[in-house]
Design a protein. Sequence first.
Length: 104
Amino acid sequence: MTENFAIIQTGGKQYKISEGQKLKVEKLGVLEGESVVFDKVLLKSEKGKVSIGTPYLPGVSVEAKIVKNGHDRTKIVFKYHSKTRFRKKKGHRQLYSEVQIAKI
């Protein structure tokens, strides 16, 4: 079975996506309900035909809609040095944008 998918780059990370899929990416700075275009497409597969960019595919883009902006769960950052009584505990909540892929 051949599926249509693409690999895009955003926020310094790469994601394998297909149409209709929802995924969380780093905050894009776009309001909820608005659309966004990802133009850094590294690979595109359509009906079994694969196109690979060097590094990006020219003229290929992915359209998506912002579903939600928010904070991720708290991740604990704990630093510890043995024998020196050094302990530091800190929490971090990453901002994210949840997007739904509309069209590749």
